[in-house]
Ligand binder design. Structure first.
Ligand code: HMG
Ligand code: MG
Length: 308
């Protein structure tokens, strides 16, 4: 039995755009969020409060948060790696913050410049402060299925960080395949470790699609009863500290699969295709998403009889 309803967390404005080399204007980011919520997305990761020296593309975080038109029922989240980031984010009134650690020591050092243990000590006061302000805390555990520096990552290493995050009071556990090397059984093995400490409603999968495995991994997550997944419009993105990793699985591709499975999301595929076409137009390239390209071709009247 698969879940009957799935929540998609749109990470394109953050995970997607953070990786763009050329500056993307604040107005474009705001317009993208607008189109995503118009498509029916109810969870949107908008930006990150990280060092602008590390990730220049996210330097306009406060302006983006100030520019978006908040809709009732939409949860807007931001990444906060430390108290400095949290304090800056607070003025923007996020509904949720994300602390991001890693299952591998090497990636922790490259991405946030500290060990796993140090990262947890940085997150501890962030979690406390967020809860004092009534803000939910989600985690991302990077490199849960493999690390660009360490190589193989075991489920035990994932569970160690899951437990550390749980101990400091993190509300939700995100299992992330940063470099997209995971395959379905391995994805299940990592997700199962998260499910030992969190209910299925507070576990999510974040699958980059570098090796084309993300949809299969999401299906594997559905088989475990997991019903929250991150996805990125037009398949944008990657991580600046994981060279060669491509974007998150495209939101349109996930929705196409979920629609075919009869799973409810409340999201319009046409709205997503509009958003994908918009941001891809601004960036001057085609969406990575197979579904967006197929549906755009169909709109343009390009053949493909019988295609959905
Ligand atoms: P650090 O250099 O160790 O920090 O960086 P520090 O505390 O020593 O401070 C150094 C300077 O940074 C100081 O400024 C601080 O004020 C400033 P200076 O005195 O030199 O002018 N600083 C900050 N500025 C703005 N916002 C902050 C902040 N903190 C310190 N929050 C730090 C540590 C964590 C800040 C840095 O390593 C960093 O910003 N890393 C972010 C890396 C990042 O954003 N990576 C991408 C997101 S994670 C991801 O994509 C994975 C995910 O998608 C899941 C997956 O796929 O795996 C979530
Ligand atoms: Mg990511």
């Amino acid at each position: 039995m698969l879940p009957t309803r799935v929540t998609l967390v749109e990470v394109g404005p953050r995970d997607g755009l953070q990786n763009e080399k050329e500056p993307v204007s604040t107005a474009t980011k705001v317009e993208l969020v607008q189109r995503l919520q118009a498509a029916g997305l109810r969870e949107i990761e908008v930006t990150s409060y990280v060092s602008p020296k590390w990730v220049p593309q996210m330097a306009d975080n406060a302006d983006v948060m100030a520019g978006i038109e908040r809709r009732a029922g939409v949860r807007y989240s931001v990444l906060t790696p430390n108290l400095k980031g949290f304090d800056a984010a607070l003025a923007s009134r996020p509904d949720e913050i994300v602390v991001f650690g890693a299952a591998s020591e090497a990636f922790s050092q490259r991405n946030i410049n500290c060990s796993i243990a140090e990262s947890i000590e940085r997150f501890r006061p962030v979690v406390e402060a967020a809860h004092r302000h009534g803000i939910k805390v989600r985690s991302a555990i990077s490199c849960a299925l493999g690390c660009p520096y360490q190589g193989e990552v075991t489920p035990d290493e994932v569970e160690r960080v899951v437990r550390l995050m749980k101990d400091i009071g993190v509300d939700h556990c995100g299992v992330a395949d940063t470099i997209g090397v995971g395959t379905p059984r391995r994805a299940q093995a990592a997700l199962e470790r998260a499910l030992k400490h969190y209910p299925a409603s507070e576990v999510s999968g974040h699958f980059h699609d570098t090796y084309g495995q993300a949809l299969a991994n999401i299906y594997a997550g559905l088989e475990l009863g997991i019903h929250t997944f991150d996805a990125s419009i037009a398949g944008l993105g990657g991580c600046p500290y994981a060279k060669g990793a491509t974007g998150n699985v495209a939101t349109e591709d996930v929705l196409f699969m979920l629609n075919g499975l009869g799973i409810e999301t409340g999201i319009s595929i046409d709205g997503l295709v509009d958003a994908a076409a918009y941001i891809s137009g601004v960036l001057g390239r085609k969406p990575v998403s197979r579904s967006a390209n197929a549906l755009l071709a169909k709109r343009a009247g390009v053949g493909m009889k019988g295609a959905a």
